[in-house]
Design a protein around this ligand. Structure first.
Ligand SMILES: Nc1ncnc2c1ncn2[C@@H]1O[C@H](COP(=O)(O)OP(=O)(O)OP(=O)(O)O)[C@@H](O)[C@H]1O
Length: 303
């Protein structure tokens, strides 16, 4: 097995820590040897293709499933072994939102109030009023995006210290998505809320997330603060060639070839002495796509 790349180590109090975490279904590993550390107050994007293991990782983190190997802690405790320490401080929104369709929105809020000692009823009502979601409406009669908003509102009204969201933006229109991401960013800045969210919409994440975990085929391929990830990568463009010479000096993450040109995503900021190569900085979205398109994962560990 290959080692994932950690662009930097943890610097502050840990909010989510996974060590050698793995989950096997039958003979197949959905997630394997997953190790990372996310600081409190960070907003982390968990990205990966369909089936990469994102939901599996989030379900392990919030204690919905038992790991086959390793461990994961939220705010220093296991959600599975010490639920009383973790669950009151944790908000989780699953991909399917898990709302009761026969209940009215107001009934859902009442359930939230009874289950959560720190429930913020005013926040929930204001948030839903701003979105134009009527409290008297049955959940089953709401659109997919509105149901997602109700589920998010309930998670926020718990006043959690950490919010774990599985594809929160998937059902939302572009405006609602932007509003949601702004709100999460604001909450992280104002209250120190830690957010861990999975998403396919990488372009949105660049503006919002300060940490990144890239999963591919059940393994962590890259993890670290987004600014350090961006600073550690370059795009090299040059004549059509096999990148053997460049690869000796620069870690090649992914390569693309046309008839005349070769383009390399490299994890390196070293000088390129061969003047035929042009060196450009590269944005987070292109870096993520480079890792996701890798046929074989990177081999070094950059501390
Ligand atoms: N309960 C289960 N039983 C068997 N296999 C499972 C189970 N849950 C997930 N898997 C398998 O584990 C792998 C990872 O699934 P997971 O749902 O974590 O991926 P994902 O990255 O969240 O995908 P998506 O983006 O499509 O939601 C997949 O191959 C999936 O088929």
């Amino acid at each position: 097995m290959t080692a994932p790349v950690t662009v930097t180590g943890p610097t502050t109090r840990s909010a989510v820590r996974a060590v050698g975490l793995g989950k096997r279904y039958g003979s197949r590993w959905a997630l394997r040897d997953c190790t990372f550390d996310l600081p409190a107050g960070s907003v982390t994007a968990l990205v990966g293709q369909n089936g990469a293991g994102k939901s599996t990782l989030l379900h392990l983190a919030v204690g919905l499933t038992e790991p086959t190997a390793g461990r994961v802690e939220i705010l220093g405790s296991s959600a599975r072994r010490q639920p009383r320490d973790v669950l009151p401080r944790l908000g989780f929104v699953a991909q399917d939102h898990a709302l009761e369709p026969r209940f009215r929105v107001a009934d859902m809020l009442e359930v939230g109030r009874r289950l959560n000692p720190r429930w913020d009823a005013a926040l929930a009502r204001e948030h839903l009023a701003r979105l134009g979601i009527p409290l008297g409406q049955r959940v089953g009669g709401l659109s997919g995006g509105q149901r997602a908003q109700v589920a998010l509102t309930m998670a926020l009204a718990k006043r959690p210290e950490i919010l774990v969201l599985d594809e929160p933006a998937a059902a939302l229109d572009p405006l609602a998505r932007r509003e949601l991401l702004r709100m999460l960013m604001g909450a992280a800045a104002d209250t120190g809320l830690t957010v861990l969210l999975s998403s396919h919409v990488i372009s949105d994440l660049e503006r919002v997330c300060d940490h990144l975990v890239i999963l591919a085929a059940g393994e962590v391929r890259l993890t670290g603060p987004t600014d350090e990830v961006v600073a550690a990568h370059r795009l090299l463009s040059g004549p059509r060639t096999e990148p053997t010479a460049v690869a000796r000096m620069h870690h090649v993450v992914s390569e693309n070839h046309t008839d005349r040109q070769t383009t390399l995503l490299v994890r390196s900021t070293r000088h390129v002495y061969d003047s035929r190569w042009r060196v450009d900085e590269i944005g987070l979205e292109e870096i993520v796509l480079g890792y996701l398109s890798q046929t074989a994962p990177g081999k070094d560990v950059t501390e």
